[in-house]
Design a protein around this ligand. Sequence first.
Ligand SMILES: [Fe+2]
Length: 197
Amino acid sequence: MITEIFSTALGKYQLDLDSKKIEQYCLSIREKDEKGRIVSNAGGYQSNLLDLKDETLKPFRLSLMKALKEYYPIYESNKNLRLQEYWFNINGHKAFNRLHSHAGAFISGVYYVKAPQDCGQIYFQRKTNLNLFKLDEVNKYNCEGYYQDPKENLLLLFPSWCEHLVLGNNSKEERISISFNFVTEWKYEIYFNASCL
Ligand SMILES: [Fe+2]
């Protein structure tokens, strides 16, 4: 019998949202708030945090919940999940995002609103030192990271500790994505019972 003892789960969900409508939403926010904020982005635009109750993004939030219904149970957690924050990135030509993780959150992810050809893969970096574990072929037991092509309407979910970066956009068109963080919260009854001990 073989037991896989360490694992990182990347959730991939091809959604069917009106991405053009979401694109317009993002562009209109950039118009109103030209400065945005600088976090992991180099050369691109990152919005400030978006309204958690915004109507335009409601179908997106519902799709997130649906995907999490499949993804979250693998962690066998007793806690509730809550969308804490979301924001968008617009990477123009040559813009990229530096290596980072989403500290403090539990599950993070990205949704591609607009992803032209060669607009920059997302790369998940493995932290383990695998220098001594050379195999003839690269596979999940010895790879140093994982590249994922962005695609319009693709949603990715991953554990928030997992470090990642975004390669430079080699397209002349802009690449638009929404990133988000979910945090865990004690369910009331569990908290209540624990606090009575
Ligand atoms: Fe990120």
